[in-house]
Ligand binder design. Structure first.
Ligand code: ATP
Length: 231
């Protein structure tokens, strides 16, 4: 599934977080969205998934305009947005959390698919989700992308604050999604890993696109050093 943002400006009251942003995630490709804190990355993902409405500009899915569509409509039509933070239902078991991922009309088993993505969830099915480690909760939240067979997945800093071994599992999982032909838009603090996975990269700063192109063309440039050199 192809995602396109065209001329997007999104604001919170007087704070303009995105200014006239154009971005394309071609079908089956991985796009990394990088940039310093406050650049507007989360705002861009939320505008794409319909959690925020842009002040101007359009959002397209497979070239059909969806700017006015609800987040729920976009989920039903194949978009999955894994938001920042561990969005699980902490008082429910892992199994019940996974049951909620089942899409109506889909005969494949969402629980089985989630476990094939993160086998360790299979040993935790009866555990109350909120009592698992942070890394396991993040796996549970992230497994939704695979369980739902979403053709377009937006991931916001899913490896944030996790132990290196878990970050490895998350990146292995991203490769599984890519192998299934999923289109990915990823915001990642692990810049080198994100660039290694990505087909295209966008660098956002102060709400504007500063670079769009091939990952190999970004590394080593002044713009890379200026905005991402500390990472
Ligand atoms: P980070 O890496 O810190 O998550 P980001 O690149 O995701 O940053 P955003 O969270 O999209 O950036 O924020 C972009 C701008 O919008 C920032 O100036 C931020 O202060 C502002 N902003 C974000 N959320 C809100 C909000 N709910 N209300 C007001 N301003 C906001």
């Amino acid at each position: 599934m192809r995602l396109e943002l065209s001329g997007i400006t999104t604001a919170y009251g007087n704070t303009v977080a995105l200014r006239d942003v154009d971005l394309v995630v071609p079908s089956g490709r991985v796009v990394a969205l990088l940039g310093p804190n406050g650049a507007g990355k989360t705002t861009l993902l939320s505008t794409a998934s319909g959690l925020l409405t842009p002040r101007s500009g359009q959002v397209y899915l497979d070239r059909a305009e969806v700017t006015g569509r609800s987040p729920d409509w976009r989920v039903r039509h194949g978009m999955c947005h894994i938001t920042e933070g561990r969005s699980v239902f902490p008082g429910m078991t892992v199994r019940d959390n996974l049951r909620l991922f089942q899409r109506p009309g889909d005969d494949s088993d969402a629980i089985e698919r989630a476990i094939s993505a993160f086998p360790r969830l299979g040993q935790r099915l009866n555990q109350i989700a909120g009592t698992m480690s942070g890394g396991e909760q993040q796996m549970l939240a992230t497994s939704r992308a695979y369980a739902q067979k979403a053709p377009l997945v937006l991931l916001d800093e899913v490896s944030m604050g996790l132990a290196p071994v878990i970050v490895d599992e998350i990146f292995h999982f991203l490769k599984m999604l890519v192998a299934e032909g999923t289109s990915l838009l990823i915001v990642e603090q692990y810049v080198a890993r994100a660039l290694a996975l990505a087909d295209y990269v966008y660098l956002l700063a102060k709400g504007r696109v500063m670079f769009a192109g091939d990952p190999s063309e970004l590394q080593g440039t002044d713009i890379f050093e200026r905005y991402l050199g500390e990472e």
